[in-house]
Design a protein around this ligand. Structure first.
Ligand code: ZN
Length: 127
């Protein structure tokens, strides 16, 4: 018996990876269409970040992080060459964490879902 993955916002089953968003430290499964409403309902300390089941989130996160470091470098205090090397462990640790989250999300949720919704369910799923 296949167990359905439910949206933790609207309570309806999620039928495909296309409509799945895995968010937050608890890796909650919600519809992509429910994301905005779900995020708005969370208190600030539990705001979900970008959905972890998108590689784009990883890129966007790194871009922002590097932009932040560059801004600090230019505006607050220039960093010496050796200090730049000190950033790598930080980057690796954060990316490692994001990759682990992605893997857990894949094994616990994504691999149970088809890439696309079955034809019959399409249309009702797109929200
Ligand atoms: Zn939903």
């Amino acid at each position: 018996m296949k167990h359905d993955i439910m949206c933790q916002h609207c309570g309806r089953p999620i039928l495909s990876r296309q409509t799945l968003a895995v968010v937050g430290r608890g890796l909650h499964s919600i519809h992509r269409g429910c994301y905005a409403a779900y995020a708005a309902r969370q208190p600030w300390y539990r705001k979900p970040g970008w959905p972890v089941n998108r590689w784009r989130s990883l890129l966007a996160f790194n871009a922002l992080l590097l932009a932040g470091v560059l801004l600090l470098h230019l505006l607050v205090r220039p960093m010496a060459g050796a200090e730049w090397l000190g950033l790598w462990p930080l980057l690796l640790a954060i990316n490692g964490w994001l990759l682990v989250a992605r893997l857990v999300s894949y094994w616990s949720l994504e691999r149970h879902l088809p890439r696309q919704a079955p034809a019959a369910a399409r249309g009702t799923q797109r929200r």
